[in-house]
Ligand binder design. Structure first.
Ligand code: FEO
Length: 394
């Protein structure tokens, strides 16, 4: 059985969801996930840090019972999203004297999403502290990691940072603490790419805000806990930087083989020019893998056949994903095939136009590619190489 004691008076009471394979019906969970909740028992007051997904409310209530908790004074709600707030109504029912401590934005969300009564709340401001007796909780607002209301809590006496989604990972664990940073690196990167990357300038600001804190333990709301903050904040600093690499993220879909040939040839052309290619067939690609590849790639290219006079719907999804993730990608292009015509490029460009990236002249090929078409693909690869070189990438 897992040791659930983090420090004196601080206990893990969260729930494992190792079998879950998709989040938001969008994000694959190859390693499952956890919904972390923490009980902080001071000499005078007891606080619960976040709750769990409503599907796991019984686990949380059982864990609280196992800890012998007779009363909870405060429930700290860092984030309105239901995987952390969803069991708060159940905790309030079990501990009716408890008050929900949160900021004004999160309070409004909790009222809308969970119908928690107004009188249950204590609204805090950025930097405010609440004493549990011998332990003091300091609330630090960290907006947009990844919703507007998100904040973190610092427990100075124990040097613990309860960071909620920020600095977390979807990773089911058997031991509370990360043993080997290599083990958690990909899960943390996937998680960052999927939900944090659109807000990278705010991620940087929030990293600066927590930088002065002396932290022995980072306790996020998903995945294992970190000993110290340097590893995970170092990763975030790199991912949230504006730095891009000499890499291309190429996603494509093919119906009858033409776009597949085009994509394979184009990928080889790029690789021959020394550019690393992250290639995904949209027929079975994982959204998280695409998001990770987008994190550092200087260029993204979407490959699509013409369907019903427009792009294949899976290519539309990919273009919308690129737009939604707002990656630091500097260049975009489109490759593909058609039989008789249509508005494939125009429709994808409409979606991608607001990303701010430069669109490099697409290459559309009629039917199976011929010698002249392969030359066009070579030329596009060459233009991308030149663009990368102009950025100083090699
Ligand atoms: Fe883990 Fe944004 O909820």
């Amino acid at each position: 059985m897992m040791d659930i004691n983090i420090k004196n008076g601080i206990t893990y009471v969260g729930a494992d969801d190792g079998q879950r394979r998709i989040f938001d019906e969008l994000i694959g969970l190859p390693d499952g996930t956890t919904y972390n909740s923490y009980l902080v028992s001071g000499k005078e007051k007891t606080a619960l840090i976040d709750s769990v997904d409503p599907t796991k409310k019984d686990v949380l209530l059982k864990n609280l019972k196992s800890c012998g908790v007779s009363s909870i004074d405060y429930i700290i709600s860092h984030h309105g999203e239901q995987d952390h707030s969803g069991a708060i109504p159940d905790v309030l029912e079990a501990f009716p004297m408890a008050k929900v401590i949160t900021n004004a934005k999160c309070k409004a969300e909790l009222i809308d999403l969970l119908h928690i009564e107004d009188e249950k709340f204590i609204v805090i401001e950025d930097g405010q502290e609440i004493s549990l007796g011998d332990k003091t909780l300091r609330f630090i607002f960290t907006p947009w990691v990844h919703w507007p209301e998100t904040f973190v809590t610092y427990l100075a006496q124990d040097r613990i940072l309860f960071s909620c989604d920020f600095l977390g990972s979807h990773y089911s664990f058997k031991k509370l603490f990360v043993d080997d940073n290599n083990e958690i690196f990909i899960a943390a990167k996937r998680y960052y790419a999927e939900i944090m990357s659109p807000f990278r300038s705010l991620v940087r600001k929030n990293l600066e805000k927590i930088q002065p804190l002396e932290v022995d333990v980072v306790a996020p709301s998903h995945g294992p806990l970190h000993k110290g903050k340097d590893f995970i904040t170092g990763c975030y600093s790199q991912w949230a930087s504006d730095d891009v690499k000499n890499e291309v993220m190429l996603v494509y879909v093919s119906m009858h083989g033409s776009t597949d040939r085009i994509a394979q040839y184009f990928a080889q052309s790029l690789e021959k020019k020394g550019i690393k290619v992250h290639k995904f067939n949209l027929a079975d690609a994982d959204t998280g893998d695409i998001a990770m590849a987008l994190l550092d790639s200087a260029t993204a290219v979407i490959g699509s056949p013409m369907v019903l006079a427009g792009p294949h719907p899976k290519a539309v999804f990919a273009a919308f994903l690129v737009k939604a993730l707002r990656p630091k990608t500097r260049f975009l292009s489109v490759i593909g095939s058609y039989g008789w015509g249509g508005k494939l490029v125009e429709q994808l460009a409409d979606i991608l136009g607001s990303t701010g990236a430069e669109i490099i002249e697409p290459v559309m090929i009629k039917g199976y590619p011929k010698e002249a078409d392969y030359k066009l693909l070579e030329e596009l690869a060459g233009r991308i190489k030149t663009k990368h070189q102009e950025l100083g990438l090699s």
